[in-house]
Ligand binder design. Sequence first.
Ligand code: SF4
Length: 459
Amino acid sequence: MKVTLINPPWQFYSPSKLYPLGVSYLASHLIHCGFDSIDILDLNFEISDTQDVLKKSVEIVESRNANILGITCWTVHLLFCIEFVRVYKRKHPDVKIIMGGVHASSQPEEIMKLCPVDIVVRGEGEETIVSLLRAIEKNNDLNEVHGISYRKDKEIRHTPDRPLIKNLDEIPYPAYHLLEPIEKYQPLNRKYVFSLIASRGCPYKCIFCSANRLWKYQRRRNPKNILGEIKWLKDNYDVGFLRFEDDGLTNKRDWALEFFVSLKELSIHFDCLTRIDKVDSELLLAMRDAGCIGVYHGIESASPRLLKLLRKGFPKWVNIEYIKKTIAEEVSLGLVPTVSAMIGIPTETKKEIQLTFDLVCELKRLGAKTQLWLMTPYPDTEAVSLYKEELIMIDRWKELKQFDVFSTVPREAYSHLIKKYSYLVPDNWIFRNDINDFREMKMLYLSGASRILGELEFV
Ligand code: SF4
């Protein structure tokens, strides 16, 4: 059995330099469990121009001669994945195609109707992919494999969800050796950068975010296990900078303090994402001393009413003054804070939009990098079910019946603010002076939850 795990290109034309951590973890776990013919194909690096991406991708995948393909499918990959599976299955009906990742996990039925993918792995993939491949090898009924959606007798069937892995320390380190040459993931003129995940999941329930739907709660690795991985990266790849991909690195204060104290000994720089209510003076100092140089906070809105509506879960003492004080403190410690906010929240008033604009601009003056997005809840989130009436669905790909969901906040509600603040615009934003309505925005980018959008640069 030869398995090729594929990291697809971002929407046909925008190559991603992010490590494909998902497939790297799957590969290392499969190898650990005795599967010896596993490789990873990161199509973002195999295709050097924007012409014929689909055709070239099919040819490259064919050259690997795998009889099982596993494809990651985030929302940004969706269009490619659908087209790729249609073409590949037409040419190679005997090759089994398995899809996983956040979009496939939340919309298995839709994806299986849109393309002839054989199986969707829902949720955390490491244990499921091992059981699935063993079942395929032995020709067992897939009904026994929990956490998948599959086809039988012309029907789409869903097995029960698989419980999350209890002990993350049991998962081997990502199979970076299958991503060689690793230099391709490195930004120019920087020391080697690696991504790392110290925990999975988030205990909060923000209604626009898909993290809590996929992971349900937060599990943390043992600091010793993480330090082991960093030492291993240092020994093998001369790593100089770490990017923690966790949804909230400091959610559990004691764990974070213990971790930062140990991390200090490794003399390495890093950045991370965490909630602004989950840092304080002592913790920030420990972070800085451990090598932190950048910290990202989703503050979402300056309006307490909207934060409540979004179920952001900030305690009462998180107000505009607290946010400004924390950002100023981070800057004074030498950290580079980045804050992300959004407008277009259902029921948002002009006054509330103004408040958020004012806060974002004030934080920029204080030294933060700022991002201002238009709220784009993922189709499967609570925001969509709760606020159907306030949201508009834009049929982006008529043929594929795939929808984006936007707030109905009219452009007039914020256009005067764009004018007013034209001298002090945020570093990243998804609406611009020259657009007439939401439909003119960069639609292909507007395809995922705000946390995905947060990683993209638009201007
Ligand atoms: S937005 Fe952040 S805090 Fe809220 S659920 Fe998502 S990851 Fe957690």
